[in-house]
Design a protein around this ligand. Sequence first.
Ligand SMILES: Cc1cc2nc3c(=O)[nH]c(=O)nc-3n(C[C@H](O)[C@H](O)[C@H](O)COP(=O)(O)OP(=O)(O)OC[C@H]3O[C@@H](n4cnc5c(N)ncnc54)[C@H](O)[C@@H]3O)c2cc1C
Length: 373
Amino acid sequence: MTKNVDAIVVGGGIHGCSTALHLCLAGMKPVLIEKDYAGRHASGVNAGGVRQLARHIPEIPLSIRSMGIWEKIAELVDDDCSFESHGQVLVAENEDELSTCRARVAELNALGFTHEELIDAAELRRLVPAVADTCPGGVVSRRDGAANPAQATTAFRRKAEQLGAIVREGVAASNIRHSDGLWRVDAGTESYAAPVLVNAAGAWAGRIAAALGEPVPVETVAPMLMITSRVPHFIDPVVILRGRKLSFKQFKNGTVLIGGGHLATPYQDRNETVLDWKSLAVSARTVFELFPVMRSATIMRAWAGIEAKMKDDLPVFGPSARHKGLYHQFGFSLHGFQLGPGAGAVMAELIVNGGTQTRIGDLGIDRFHPSLL
Ligand SMILES: Cc1cc2nc3c(=O)[nH]c(=O)nc-3n(C[C@H](O)[C@H](O)[C@H](O)COP(=O)(O)OP(=O)(O)OC[C@H]3O[C@@H](n4cnc5c(N)ncnc54)[C@H](O)[C@@H]3O)c2cc1C
């Protein structure tokens, strides 16, 4: 039996859930199909960083749009998602790195973006008192913060369902095809048909795009995170380093989440990852070097999540370049959690109104010429 709906959203990460929710708010009835459960992959296991800081320029407008939603997240999803705004700070460890920071802030200001602010050593130490004395400054984005990723993704999923979305978990969308002017997808024993299909399948989305004749240069990666034992409170903002692969934040209970981009090996068809303990040790050592207070901490747990990374580090976002009614929303390249709320809102505008006021022009799938693949 085929069920007719207004839109089929494939993938129950923060992006698929947010788009399903915003489609409901616009009066549509979507089905959200998730092969595991909402938040099982990158969206539920990430570091929860809600940052506009240090973004690639083409995605800044989407990030700013998202930030406005994060700041009122409970009004949208009836759940605060544990979002807290203590700012995010990028630390320069030497004068060369500080000059790079200075140039970046000047470039953003020239483009009219003011969310990143250059800070000197004194302001750095006020924001991050425990930082090593040798660090000469950095950049702060004061409205940034962090949220609980599983709580947030679940809240979007729950609200979408409350507003009328059909949510199918534990079944993969398969046999995706277009016939008689409709997208048709099988999900277990059911089939769905709709004029709109949203490909929000995370690390699996590249395969869907390729099967529909739009291959893109996407790689599956597995960034790792680890969490320490409790240490006395020493930091409020999320901290990232300019020159090394490191980011971290301290929770209220004293534990510290350490990440920054070191990678595990993904086995995406088995939903598994194998951690690289040697690179985790590098991250741990860097934190211990910079923050003496961390030297007594031990690593309690580590994990990784499966994520789609584009060759140019930018998401594929917007309508298909080949097919009417097909939209892509994937390839968030290790920084898509913050973008989820805004991306869902913008995607719903594209689908319902055929356009958006938010500048997303450089994120389209048409940026990939066959010679770039
Ligand atoms: C360890 C780690 C730390 C990170 N830290 C941050 C951070 O601090 N801040 C930040 O902004 N970003 C961060 N990210 C990136 C962020 O988590 C991702 O960019 C974002 O969650 C991607 O969301 P998504 O909805 O596109 O993908 P996903 O969350 O992967 O969701 C896609 C879903 O599609 C489903 N799916 C795939 N194929 C099918 C199919 N055929 N049928 C049905 N369902 C299907 C999958 O099961 C999956 O659940 C981090 C990522 C990781 C892994």
